[in-house]
Design a protein around this ligand. Structure first.
Ligand code: ADP
Ligand code: ZN
Length: 811
């Protein structure tokens, strides 16, 4: 035996996180490559595995080395680049081989085993009944799986199989099968030339019309897809043509084409403005330098960043290269996907979680086979196996959704940088509000900064009015809408334009309070207040963390007072108020509650574009990335909801979100107006957003971050332990803290004391955390790895769980 494959097996235990050796089957010797997906025996079961490397010359003691059972794909799923990248992901996030590898490929690539039985050639067994006879014939025809046989022949089949297995008349084989496979269709293809077919068609024109029609189609199209034509393969006309040697039946693989996200937005290629041209030049220069350079494209809202990306990608394709464009939460940006697909057609593959497993698999495969060279997708599309990668675009690069919240905790922006360096390509981070990290890196000379400070055609930035709601309250106004907001809405709608109303809270009211004791109603599983929902004449309380629901209590559970009162406005309440005041307006609410159904988001965007909506009301999902030419007014109901969060990024997020929302107004011919209602009109984030003053915000924010030592002046890691019992969760966090303190010290790392998390109890689990500030990952990673190992296994045995988020965005 020659050749040993080192394989990572799909078994989720940290102790097994190392390659295991397998013998390469003869048929695959010299062909099996690193990156191939295989099926192997492991312990007493079988499982999927990934070949990390191959030792062609090694020949292990044949007895101890188990053989690979099957090679699951013709081409290796992982390119050499991706195999290297998985090492980087492992090193950077301290995840396992398996976690890193599996995060890179579509979930459809999961094989399970199927046992098949087949008759051994030679003398048949004694066939004592008609049923036994039929079963034997079935097995002799082709290998059969257990389940369908038993379904067809009843429980006796199991007994007979058992009997024949022991007598050696039947053998059993284990095969691997993917749950989601290639979609195949049956096609009829000609086995004669066009002339013969046409002559045959003519000869049958009268006595066999259906055959004649098929023959004509075959002569013209070279194939007939039977299902599409509404014809069964067993149709006598089909069978006749096959028997006469004029055609044959074939199975053909077809791609499932994703229809979900693409919104046909036909946008012709535009002549670039001077600012766009300069930005494109900077990107092309970075590509030409072939040194993995990064460019920050800081373009105000409506400055035309997308057109720059499209033309840069076009240049990349012209040179035979490939490109990846990342967009946040693709379902939220159907317009963006539409612009790509209408410009590049079949050369684009779309990858995001809104697709079915089959669609995702097929789109990915088109990339792996080199048929699609441009990928547009959400976070995990950064792992797309694009070869000759020349450009990576990260649109809305400030978005937190680029960081994966679950294991492995990778940041797609960082991976984008890695791939650019590895491929001698370029990476572009585009945003109207680049993050503090990007600014810092540019100041240190690690990234090139390019600005597009004006809107297309020098359209003005929207005029912004800040309304001090404290003042309104003093004057006795208790309404949701200030005078300025009412005026703005009416002006827009009366002129046949559209308005956007933004509020970052879904539901009817943030919470309900007892009028007597001031107590709010809490979720029984989580340490947070329940939100009031009112919809379709019904009313209930709901937890926005675990989705627990209950009726609104008639009396306060604590003091027995009969009245509870809603506090804090949510989108349902605003919707209600709009209907009350302007009953004839067409209002569309868009938030998590109205867009759960697949395709709902895209339909809503289409309705706004078609002018079927006067006021679009919603949460974050209406604030970003959308380009509605007829929106002239934007109102922000309460700008403070995010400022009050206990998060060091609260100001940055508020600034960024307000900038985005304001930026939805006046993007085409009509000028934009904006009203921001707030109880903190003097806050620098609100002031800077209102004045479109990026520099002012960043100066203030930088000073804070530096003074309190937050990113970008260090990195954060958060260790997190959760358990049903408070003492276990606290104990694990304390132990991690102790271990880590033993191994690292300032200035390499500052370990903060173990403490309860922001929400101390969630989904019935107590949660404790340890926050660590460090500046160089390489100097601390080993300490992190061993401290984590010391705690996590024990915690798992106790029925709890731990996680470690490195380079964390939030604490
Ligand atoms: P943003 O920078 O906010 O992402 P978009 O890329 O959505 O802006 O562009 C804003 C609008 O300007 C879009 O409707 C786009 O079609 C249009 N646009 C972009 N570039 C040009 C151009 N060179 N000439 C005319 N219109 C353009
Ligand atoms: Zn809850």
């Amino acid at each position: 035996m020659a050749g040993v494959a080192h394989v990572i097996v799909d078994v989720r235990t940290r102790q097994l996180d190392r390659p295991f050796d397998y013998a390469i089957p003869p048929r695959w010797q010299g062909r099996l490559a690193p990156g191939h997906r295989v099926y192997v025996p492991f312990g007493r079961q079988y499982c999927q595995g990934y070949v990390l490397s191959i030792d062609e010359t090694a020949s292990g003691p044949a007895k101890t080395l188990k053989p690979i059972l099957a090679v699951l794909d013709e081409i290796p799923l992982f390119t050499p680049e991706l195999l290297q990248l998985h090492e980087f992901v492992r090193d950077r996030t301290l995840c396992t081989h398996l976690e890193a590898l599996q995060s890179m490929i579509p979930g459809a690539y999961r094989a399970h085993s199927v046992r098949r039985y087949r008759a051994v050639p030679g003398d048949p067994p004694a066939l004592l009944s008609a049923a036994a006879e039929r079963l034997w014939q079935e097995l002799a025809a082709r290998p059969q799986a257990f389940e369908p046989l038993v379904r067809k022949f009843g429980p006796d089949a199991a007994l007979l199989l058992e009997l024949w297995l022991s007598s050696g008349h039947v053998e059993e084989r284990v095969e691997a099968e993917d749950a989601v496979r290639a979609q195949v269709v049956t096609v009829l293809v000609p086995s004669a030339d066009a002339q013969t077919l046409q002559a045959a068609a003519a000869a049958r024109a009268r006595r066999a019309k259906k055959q004649a029609v098929l023959l004509t189609a075959l002569a013209r199209d070279k194939e007939v897809r039977l299902r599409e034509a509404g014809i069964r393969p067993s149709d006598p006309a089909v069978q006749a043509l096959v028997e006469q040697g004029l055609a044959v039946l074939q199975q053909q693989e077809v791609y499932r084409a994703p229809v979900a996200a693409a919104l046909r937005e036909h946008q012709p290629k535009r002549e670039l403005t001077p600012a766009q041209a300069a930005a494109l030049r900077a990107i092309l220069q970075a590509m030409a330098a072939a040194a993995g350079q990064g460019v920050v494209l800081h373009g105000v809202t409506g400055s035309g960043k997308t057109e720059v990306y499209l033309q840069a990608i076009e240049a990349c394709l012209a040179e035979g290269g490939g490109a990846i464009a990342l967009v946040p939460e693709i379902a939220l940006t159907p317009q963006m996907v539409g612009r790509f697909t209408s410009r590049f057609g079949q050369r684009v593959a779309v990858l995001h979680s809104g697709l079915s497993a089959g669609e995702r698999r097929d789109e990915w495969l088109r990339v792996r086979r080199g048929e699609a060279r441009v990928v547009v997708g959400a976070r995990s599309a950064i792992f797309a196996p694009v070869e000759q990668l020349r450009l990576v675009v990260v649109d809305e690069a400030h978005e937190s959704s680029y960081k994966q919240e679950e294991r492995p905790h990778y940041d797609a922006r960082e991976i984008a940088g890695w791939r650019a360096r590895h491929n001698h390509a370029a990476v572009v981070y585009g945003s109207a509000t680049p993050s503090m990290e990007l600014l810092h890196a540019a100041e240190q000379g690690k990234l090139t900064w390019v600005s597009m400070p004006f809107r297309i055609e020098n359209r003005p930035m929207p005029a912004v009015t800040i309304v001090d709601m404290r003042e309104a309250l003093r004057q006795g106004s208790r309404g949701l809408f200030s005078e300025a907001l009412i005026h703005g809405l009416e002006a827009a709608v009366e002129q046949g334009q559209q308005a956007l109303l933004f509020l970052n809270r879904r539901g009817y009211a943030a919470f309900v309070l007892c009028r007597g004791c001031g107590e709010s109603v809490q979720c029984p599983n989580c340490d947070i207040s329940l939100t009031l929902h009112r919809h379709g004449g019904e009313e209930w309380l709901q937890c926005h963390y675990c989705e627990y629901r209950q009726a609104v209590p008639e009396v306060c559970e604590r003091c027995g007072e009969p009245a509870v009162r809603p506090f804090g406005v949510g989108t349902q309440q605003v919707e209600h108020a709009l209907h009350e005041r302007w009953p004839h307006w067409r209002v569309l609410r868009m938030d998590v509650d109205t867009t759960r159904r697949k395709g709902a988001h895209r339909e809503a965007v289409e309705r706004v574009l078609n002018g079927e909506v006067d006021v679009l009301l919603g949460t974050q999902m209406i604030a970003k990335g959308l380009d509605f030419p007829n929106v002239s007014f934007v109102g922000v109901i309460a700008a403070d909801t995010m400022l009050n969060l206990p998060d060091f990024r609260a100001a940055e997020r508020t600034f960024s979100l307000l900038t985005q929302v304001i930026g939805r107004a006046g993007r085409a011919e009509i000028a934009g107006q904006t009203v921001i209602q707030t109880y903190r009109p003097d806050h620098y984030a609100i002031q800077a957003a209102a004045r479109h003053d990026f520099a002012a915000f960043y100066q203030t924010e930088q000073a804070y971050r530096q003074a309190f030592q937050y990113p970008p002046y260090c990195e954060l890691a958060v260790f997190f332990a959760s358990h049903e019992q408070e003492s276990y969760a606290r104990g694990a966090a304390a132990r991690f803290e102790r271990e880590l303190r033993r191994l690292v010290a300032a200035p390499d790392a500052v370990v903060l004391p173990a403490a309860p998390s922001g929400i101390r109890r969630a989904k019935g689990q107590y949660r404790f955390q340890v926050v660590v500030k460090y500046s160089q990952w390489n100097r601390v990673k080993n300490a992190f790895a061993s401290s984590y190992a010391a705690v996590s296994e024990r915690m798992r045995k106790l029925g709890g769980s731990c996680s470690l988020d490195v380079n964390a965005l939030h604490i």
